[in-house]
Design a protein around this ligand. Sequence first.
Ligand SMILES: C[S@@+](CC[C@H](N)C(=O)[O-])C[C@H]1O[C@@H](n2cnc3c(N)ncnc32)[C@H](O)[C@@H]1O
Length: 342
Amino acid sequence: MNLHEEIAQEITLNGVMPFSRFMELALYHPSLGFYASGGAGRRNDFITSPETGPLFGKLVANALDKWWEELGKPDPFYFIEAGAGPGTLARSILKAQPDCQMALRYITVEESVLQRSQHPEGVQSSGQLPDKNVTGVIFANELLDNLPFDIYESEKTGEWSQVCVGTSNGLFHEVLVKTDEDLNDLFGIAQSPGTRIPYQTMARRWLNDALGLIESGRVVVVDYALPSFPAPANHEWLRTYRGHGPGESPLVEPGSQDITTDVDLKQISSVRIPDSIQFQHEWLQSLGISELVEEGKRVWLENASNPNLEGLAARSRAIEAEALLDPNGLGGFTVIEWKIQP
Ligand SMILES: C[S@@+](CC[C@H](N)C(=O)[O-])C[C@H]1O[C@@H](n2cnc3c(N)ncnc32)[C@H](O)[C@@H]1O
């Protein structure tokens, strides 16, 4: 049975399916989901910050040293990277050899078995967050946007319907199911009927678990985000990606495309108010990106008459930095931090 047939069968058995369940199967079905298959992942469908090259990892390594020093150089010092994909960030951070490396316990947490199989030596690879409290940092780049969410649509003022998925004639379609749940505190009262909002229960649950795990340290989330929903009228917050470009409706060919939303800062702040919210370009500047680019230029010029791999890598820092700082691209992502004191 293919994934389309499996989902259709579940709908026939149980009735219409919440969008979050459809998304969970489309992305994370253990053998047929988008993240279970060989070619899937943002490495192939579009570039995340760690996949632009080693510079991002070098900067996160700088951040690690800063956080380690702030905590009084604990040993062990845990760095738990959630939604680690194929382990690219881990490879770059370990290669950067941060000062804290002797104390560092690097745990990569990744749902997909296939992606986990690519994690590098030097990390402890796991399918879920640890079950004991730790001192250190939980870090997630582009995870929360990818956690299954529900969708609600406003009807009359103050009333909401849940967007569910039904099936007929071999196709999936939306079904609006009226809800009595009072969502107005979280969503605000929608000004016009037909306004849609992603209800990010899984993201909030993940954050709550992550905050509960850290004894002393911080949780750091990097993602595309909006201050609150409803989104501006021209902003497509529900996006799909396939093969380096936008995909189709999320209900088409489940398992063949990524499904994602902007993270709602208002919803996740309802778990705990963040200590800091900044753009990625600001955060990377504070970690010394310009200095690293200048250093790269110097190394390149010193080797220009006899170019070697070191020189080429140094030169590529300028190109990586441009992508990482672009305010209309990765530089416009939001870095959200929660500090936890014992
Ligand atoms: C968009 S990718 C980001 C990968 C990587 N962080 C990067 O920036 O390149 C999101 C990853 O999170 C993983 N994931 C989704 N839900 C997860 C969960 N609950 N725990 C751990 N990983 C999860 C997915 O399998 C996928 O590999």
